[in-house]
Design a binder for this molecule. Sequence first.
Ligand SMILES: [Zn+2]
Length: 381
Amino acid sequence: MQFKEIIGQEATKQRLINSVTENRVSHAQLFLGPEGAGGLALAVAYAQYLSCEDKQPDDSCGVCSSCRKYQKLMHPDLHFSYPFFAKHKDDTALTFIEQWRNAFTANPYLSLDLWRGYLDADNKQANINIAECHQIIKKLSFKPFESAYKILILWLPEYLDKEGNALLKVIEEPQPNTLFLLVAQNQDQILNTILSRTQLIKVPCLNYEDIKTELMNRHHQTETAASQIAYLSNGNMTEALGMLQHDTKSYHELFVQWLRLCFGNKGLEILSFVDNAAKMGRENQKNFLRYGTSFIRECCLIRAGAERIVKLPAQEMETAKKMAAVINNAMAQAIITELEKAHYHIERNANPKILFLDVSLQIIKVLNLKTVPAGNHYIPN
Ligand SMILES: [Zn+2]
């Protein structure tokens, strides 16, 4: 993985390169950023840069023997650790290395959800077990074979549990030329003992323009489609790539049609909408509900006179303005709450038919009776 393959994050890339050229590489670093920001990709590119035999001012060379091994994640001085689902008590990350290489190569913006798909996970808890911690200590006790550095990239130290304390000694007093790169998403869930021993590299979430440009350039999306996905993904490239596999173009039309049916209280047509929505598939349903939530939020921004920060394509903007004229803030809030609740339940395998029918009934109430269902907070207009 080279830096140039990573979306945005120019300041972070520069900081990492400077640490190498200025010879102040810290032996334990924590890449901390939300899902889809590219923390894992950055750590791999950084490791490749450190080991490259012909470093360029702004990237690894990509062609030397070290880079070629890194490209396949098969360098003898590169090690990975990550959460997995142990079938036997002595399973370690190495048991799943083939799946790991396939998963990262297919998508460097890997999420734990996607990673589960590569493992035979059932409903087991992912973690990094004590056998794996011992394996890490063992791996790091050898000198580097080929490169200046032996590097261990530990993805999601949040899943270390208390076992992580076994690693403190190798983090604190590492062998010479040994680097420990941790890649995390939630600072609160990392053992404090580990946190306090690492240098923090913050990886901010991506901005709208970076994601939009990436989708247009590398994924051949039209400007409208790229804008819509970038907008829905909230700076999360993992989400954006996931949405590419579904049809997002129709969300707007479908959502507006749904609101119109609810507004007109058209029972039979609502039933037919519910039938169709139930067949959309879970990921698609979640994206659709997320689209609805974002769209109503934009309507609120228009109502508040903040139209210039609304990021909707022209045609959707027109509809949003009309919508902003007929709903008040309390109604908008009530609809958002219903959509978010539905999203929550879809994730937990609710029956989509019952769910979409129920949400429709709640929205009918909100739009027609201008009352807010119980449990929602009424925000005065
Ligand atoms: Zn190289």
